[in-house]
Design a protein around this ligand. Structure first.
Ligand code: OOB
Length: 547
């Protein structure tokens, strides 16, 4: 079978991971089959008016597997999947993987530039889209991709297609019953390609194998306490690694639990689903968690079923973390993970201090972590440095990207996460930001997160993000974007308030800009890149006006 070439784990490590029982030699397709046999009549997925049992989900995956193979898509070929939080996503994803066809997961927020790039890098042969979602017509994107990419043979629409449309085909035409072409792919092969959350430039593709991914899913389900009685709410885009596997909807399936797909993270939509479906666990990025905390005060929805709120994807300010349990009545679980592999969790029975002030500890005893300085030399215990990691579910290289691999991996196979962290005596990580987000103010290093924590502590500040602005004199200076609660505190007052908290003068934001909301990435994390861009645009405008 034409496999997807990738950087593999060295034989000695692979053997060790198999011997330890981490890699169990089971494909995701076979795993789903086994879960379906075990929990056949239980509800697996709820989305819109659809409710699928485990048996039905398994059957839907079979139909997609059979359909794509019958239409000539070969095992090992890549298919870009860009679907929102709908049950069809699960059928398509699990069906393709079962057939050994490799889905490449795009987010609904991606547009032409990103999709072009993903299709080029992956050499995709097909592209699966909704018709219209959130007022955007993906069929237009599909047509243009087909026109510009000779490799793309099919644009498949999960939704309405005109019968004689020359460019678009219906998902129904990619459903079949003949399973004779189906061959279970090797568990060591690449099951799918995830996108890197990379904050700069275009996405890199992350090859995850059946073996490594299922290991992280099983362990995550255990760490997060999932059982057949659990109800997992997908509020983030379903194709993102966090709601997919940490423990995500796959962890829910592993446990025999029920998955509820929310079309939006908006409190009115998500809270109604929590009440109706008696949701027990949900995963959010910090801006969504903050929105839920604010909305709780004015909602009449019954959220009493919610046992765990996971928050991850970006740094959760301790002051906001401390509000989660008193406000929502749920245990907070911080999750610091990356699509490249490594995931850290605070444990459900950790003390409040650990839960509010750390980003957790790794899944596996065999996750190897190094915290190093700019020269790759380990820092003193407890000091801040760059996090590097290697382990049983962390990739050893991106998909066909030698340049990125040379930059992002050490010679001995550690992934350079780009994150600045410190480790507590108990082995928990505290994230201090990304090395690239650090502000270098005339040689003095400013951690945006540190300043943000101070700003958010002000009663009139709802949320804050600090970014760098190019500066002729200092190289960089800092600008704080602030969402006010109601009244805007005059910037000089806010600055001196921060200064009075005992902060070094160079850390006080040079500039404060009030906004109503922050721009966000495809998964809902605040986009520092876009905020830096906005500042540059503003500066250019002012320069033109002054000229
Ligand atoms: C998750 O995955 P990605 O690939 O979208 O982004 C990974 C990056 C990390 O390298 C780190 O910079 C940041 O996102 N990050 C956090 C964080 N969780 C992720 N920064 C601070 N605190 C956290 N708790 O975002 C992801 C994947 C699996 C589970 C959870 C998140």
């Amino acid at each position: 079978m034409p496999g997807v070439p990738t950087q593999e784990w060295p034989v000695a490590d692979a053997t060790r991971y198999r011997d330890a029982g981490y890699w169990q030699g089971e494909s995701i397709g076979a795993w789903l089959r086994a879960r379906a046999a075990q929990h056949a009549e239980r509800t697996a997925v709820v989305g819109g008016s659809t409710r699928w049992s485990y048996a039905r989900l398994d059957q839907e995956a079979d139909r997609v597997a059979a359909g794509f193979l019958a239409r000539g898509v070969q095992p090992g070929e890549r298919v870009v999947v860009q679907l929102p939080n709908v049950p069809e996503f699960l059928a398509v994803m699990l069906g393709l993987i079962r057939a050994g066809i490799v889905p490449v997961f795009a987010l609904p927020a991606h547009r032409q530039t990103e999709i072009d790039n993903i299709a080029t890098v992956s050499g995709a042969v097909a592209y699966v889209i909704p018709a219209v979602h959130e007022k955007f017509d993906y069929r237009t994107l599909g047509r243009s991709l087909r026109a510009s990419h000779a490799t793309v043979r099919h644009v498949v629409v999960a939704g309405v297609v005109e019968q004689d449309d020359p460019d678009l085909e219906s998902l129904d035409a990619f459903r079949g019953d003949d399973l004779s072409l189906l061959i279970d792919p090797p568990s060591s092969s690449v099951a799918f390609l995830q996108l890197s959350g990379g904050s700069t430039g275009l996405s890199k593709l992350i090859p995850r194998t059946h073996d490594d991914y299922l290991y992280s899913v099983r362990e995550s389900a255990t760490i997060c306490g999932l059982s057949p009685a659990s109800v997992y709410l997908v509020v983030l885009p379903v194709a993102h690694n966090f709601p997919m596997s940490s423990p995500g909807f796959l962890g829910a399936l592993d446990a025999g639990a029920c998955i509820v797909l929310s079309p939006s993270p908006a409190p009115d939509v998500a809270f109604a689903l929590i009440e109706q479906e008696r949701v027990t666990i949900a995963a959010a990025v910090p801006p969504i968690a903050l929105m839920w905390l604010e909305a709780k005060a004015i909602t009449s929805a019954d959220l009493s079923s919610l046992e765990v709120l996971q928050v991850g994807g970006a740094k959760l300010t301790p002051a906001i973390a401390a509000r989660v349990t008193p406000t929502l009545g749920a245990t907070l679980q911080q999750v610091f993970g990356m699509a490249e592999g490594l995931v850290n969790y605070t444990r459900l029975d950790d003390d409040v201090d650990t839960i509010c002030n750390t980003q957790g500890r790794p899944i596996s005893a065999d996750d190897e972590l190094r915290i190093v300085d700019d020269d790759d030399v380990p820092v003193a215990p407890g000091a801040i440095g760059h996090l590097q990691t290697r382990g049983p579910y962390t990739i050893r290289g991106y998909y066909q990207n030698a340049a990125a691999n040379a930059r992002s991996f050490t010679d001995d196979g550690f992934y350079r996460t780009g994150d600045l962290v410190s480790r507590t005596a108990a082995g928990y990580l505290v994230v201090h930001g990304r090395a690239t987000d650090q502000i270098n103010r005339g040689g003095e290093k400013v951690s945006p997160e540190e300043v943000e924590d101070h700003l958010v502590a002000h009663p009139a500040v709802l949320d804050a993000v600090v970014v760098s602005v190019p500066d002729d004199y200092l190289g960089e200076r800092s600008c704080a974007f602030v969402i006010p609660r109601a009244e805007r505190v005059p910037p000089p007052v806010l600055k001196s308030w921060i200064r009075n908290r005992g902060l070094a003068a160079y850390k006080v934001p040079d500039q404060i800009v009030f906004v109503d909301a922050f721009p966000s990435t495809g998964v809902g994390k605040t986009s520092r890149k876009d905020l830096r861009g906005a500042l540059r645009a503003l500066a250019a405008e002012q320069a033109t006006a002054a000229a």
